[in-house]
Design a protein around this ligand. Structure first.
Ligand SMILES: Nc1ncnc2c1ncn2[C@@H]1O[C@H](COP(=O)(O)OP(=O)(O)O)[C@@H](O)[C@H]1O
Ligand SMILES: N[C@@H](CCC(=O)OP(=O)(O)O)C(=O)O
Length: 271
């Protein structure tokens, strides 16, 4: 009998983060199946009374596809333009697929400074609370078209792993589920080492765990495992919990919320 993760069973407010590598196919085209299945699963969870927030990467990936560009441009303004086009197309895709299940979605684009200033942070939280109260699923991304790494005014989160942990913190989510292109966190990169061993549960992220995080797995990934571990560290510090697994079949979310031992579960021992 596999262990049940009891602390997950009562989770009501859930942030789900999905990475680019799960939304795009290897040839750079859009993975429509994932968009459709994700829309279905999140709508079912919403109809069950869960409060769902989706943090979605993909602006760059979808933008490259829409503009028929073979790879990420080199200059920042070109990257901003690709993200601007891609974000518009990304929301178009989500709106269409969620509408198949009669679920309304909203868009919240964030920059780091929003959460760093108390008033703008409060305003952002108010927007989330109102959308959730209305039964709407907020879809969040970094506002890549304008958030540039500037020395004197830090607007960029840099990756959606960090953004998703921040959103989970400011809305006091019960659980963050990170969907990537790997089944979880391993003792070495499973894409490079077939004998890599999955960690089922992690109670603390230390230098030891950080040392096991190699580079990105996919040509689309921005964050890599290191940013996921940093996000997990923040989640644990805030006494929250996180599950990391792969997005191959978004119905995995049903099993995760049923407490099944899926992926890697980050939870404090004293939670
Ligand atoms: N110890 C590890 N365990 C699991 N994945 C790892 C590890 N070290 C490096 N990786 C790599 O991290 C990648 C996930 O990060 P990333 O490519 O950015 O995906 P995403 O687009 O979902 O953020 C995996 O594809 C894998 O190749
Ligand atoms: N805001 C960027 C996502 C950056 C990011 O963290 O991407 P990923 O590592 O695929 O989750 C975009 O939408 O392309």
């Amino acid at each position: 009998m596999e262990p049940i993760r009891n602390k997950i069973l009562d989770c009501k407010r859930i942030v789900i983060k999905i990475g680019t590598s799960s939304l795009m196919l290897a040839d750079g085209s859009v993975n429509y199946q994932t968009f459709d299945r994700l829309a279905y699963v999140l709508t079912v969870l919403r109809n069950q009374g869960k409060e769902i927030v989706l943090v979605s990467s993909g602006a760059i990936g979808v933008g490259l596809n829409r503009l028929n560009l073979p790879h990420r441009p080199k200059t920042i303004p070109e990257q901003q333009a690709v993200a601007s086009v891609g974000q518009s197309e990304l929301m178009n895709l989500y709106t269409r697929f969620f509408s198949h299940y009669n679920q309304i979605v909203g868009q919240i684009l964030m920059t780091l400074d929003i959460v760093q200033f108390p008033e703008s942070r409060r305003n952002a939280v108010n927007a989330f609370e109102q959308l959730l109260k209305m039964g709407i699923i907020p879809i969040v991304n970094e506002n890549d078209a304008v958030s540039v790494e500037e020395l004197d005014h830090l607007t960029k989160f840099g990756d959606n792993d960090r953004l998703s942990a921040t959103v989970a913190e400011i809305i006091s989510a019960d659980l963050l589920i990170m969907l990537s292109d790997v089944p979880g966190f391993y003792d070495k990169n499973p894409m490079a080492y077939p004998d890599a061993v999955l960690f089922h549960t992690i109670h603390a992220v230390t230098a030891k765990e950080m040392a096991l995080a190699g580079g990105n797995g996919s040509k689309f990934g921005t964050g890599g495992m290191a940013t996921k571990l940093k996000a997990a560290k923040r989640i644990l510090k805030n006494k929250q919990q996180m599950v990391l697994t792969q997005a191959t079949d978004p119905t995995v979310l049903f099993d995760i919320l049923a407490g099944k031992e899926i992926g890697t579960y980050f939870v404090r021992e004293d939670k």
